[in-house]
Design a protein around this ligand. Structure first.
Ligand code: SAH
Length: 403
């Protein structure tokens, strides 16, 4: 009888010297680091990674199409299965519980690589979970993950929003809809005592920008008596906090008419004074220029634009965009005015962002200083071995006057 040979788990062999980032526990393997693949792993399948000289390094999810060819599940040999995934989910929940974050109605429960679950996002809005499977590996375990989530996290329904463009880089189709239980089209959440209606099917990302929660509270504390300009306002997260903090007026600018309609509805829902709010549908770059030409002035300006540079390739163009809006904002601020300026571009790091803002102040001819550095909220933790997870950068600058 011929000996029975079990099929071997597929292997990925790295090029010589390309194991360094894995040894530092960075969870990504780029296609250029791969020497060869042994076996024929399918999309998202778990494979073992070895260095060129035969040392076991990690178990990864294989992604045949993406530049990020593999994402690490674990650096040891434990089985990657439902039990493993449940442990990672529990760890993510524990971390949030320990920080008192689970008392929030709206909270990110799982933040992908930062929680050891590459490509998986789980946000909780009231009794509904909104999930995104953004990598081949997360997609591979989709059914298992949905079962684990529904069994272990009390909720009424799970809504999938795997309609983020990054899925196409992984060769995955966009998908969204209710996947378990039931969910109303809108879920009302409360944040710092303010009520918002999150549109599960059509809201941006998973419906709300949870990462800005702490920064919205900060804004509230800075708004009393000020004339505020909220650029890229979306559904009013910052605008409502400005009003709640006693702003004299708020001008909210967004390219999306629906976002502004929601913003006005949110103002009413909270019994805040709509007469103090002006909404402008349009391109913030153009509106800022128009305000400059009209010599309009503000005491506090928020700039929270969408990603200008999702990847390193678009950095130069993004830098010009950030410089433009920050320069214009500096020109529109009265002496003593505050600028809260953000970048959520992965390709622009904190140091570069600060340089861009400094150049903008110089060209605007204003003397300004940074009074605070801001980041994403604690339910979007930054894995120390994965600096890419630190994507949201913010500065609070105070303008003293002309240079
Ligand atoms: N500050 C918000 C989130 C902003 S998200 C919050 O805390 O909830 C970015 C917003 O910018 C989106 O609402 C999008 O519609 C808008 N946007 C994108 N490009 C724009 C442009 N060129 N001008 C104005 N708004 C734009």
């Amino acid at each position: 009888m011929p000996p029975i040979t079990l099929p071997e788990k597929p292997r990925l062999i790295l090029k010589e010297g390309r194991e360094q980032s894995l040894l530092r526990r960075h969870p990504w393997i780029f296609s250029g680091a791969v020497q060869r693949v042994i076996g024929a792993p399918g999309m998202g399948e778990t494979v073992d990674v070895y260095s060129a000289n035969g040392k076991f390094l990690a178990q990864v999810a294989y992604s045949p199409v993406s530049q990020i060819r593999a994402r690490v599940w674990t650096f040891d040999a434990q089985a990657v299965d439902a039990r493993f995934l449940l442990q990672r989910l529990e760890r993510a929940l524990e971390q949030r519980a320990a920080l008192g974050l689970l008392e929030q109605a709206a909270v990110r429960l799982v933040y992908a690589e930062s929680d050891g679950l590459p490509g998986l996002i789980v946000d909780r809005y009231g009794e509904v979970l909104v999930v995104q499977f953004l990598s081949a590996g997360a997609e591979f375990w989709r059914e298992t993950l949905l079962e684990l989530l529904s069994a272990h996290i009390p909720c009424r329904g799970i809504y999938e929003r795997s309609d983020a463009e990054v899925r196409t880089l992984e060769g995955l189709p966009l998908r969204s809809g209710l996947v378990w239980g039931e969910a109303p089209p809108f879920v009302e959440i409360e944040e710092h005592g303010l009520r918002f209606r999150v549109d599960l099917a059509h809201g941006h990302k998973t419906g709300f920008y949870l990462d800005q929660r702490a920064n919205r509270a900060l804004l509230r504390s800075l708004s009393a008596g000020r004339e505020v300009l909220d650029c890229f306002s979306y559904s009013g997260g910052f605008t409502l906090n400005a009003l709640a903090g006693g702003a004299r007026s708020v001008v909210a600018v967004d390219a999306s008419a629906e976002a502004l309609a929601q913003l006005r509805a949110h103002v009413n829902l909270n019994g805040l004074p709509l007469e103090r709010v002006e909404t402008i549908e349009g391109d913030a770059f153009q509106v800022l220029r128009r305000f400059r030409d009209q010599n309009r002035r503000f005491d506090l300006i928020l700039l929270d634009p969408p990603k200008f540079a999702p990847t390193a390739a678009q950095v130069e163009k993004a830098a010009r965009g950030y410089k433009d809006i920050n320069l214009l904002a500096f020109k529109l601020l009265r002496p003593g005015g505050l600028l809260l300026t953000f970048s959520c571009s992965g390709g622009v790091d904190a140091a570069l962002f600060q340089k861009i803002v400094a150049a903008a102040a110089l060209d605007a001819g204003v003397d300004a200083r940074i009074v605070r550095f801001l980041s994403q909220d604690a339910d979007h933790p930054i894995a120390l071995h994965f600096p890419e997870s630190a994507y949201l950068k913010g500065l609070v600058c105070r303008v003293s006057g002309p240079l």
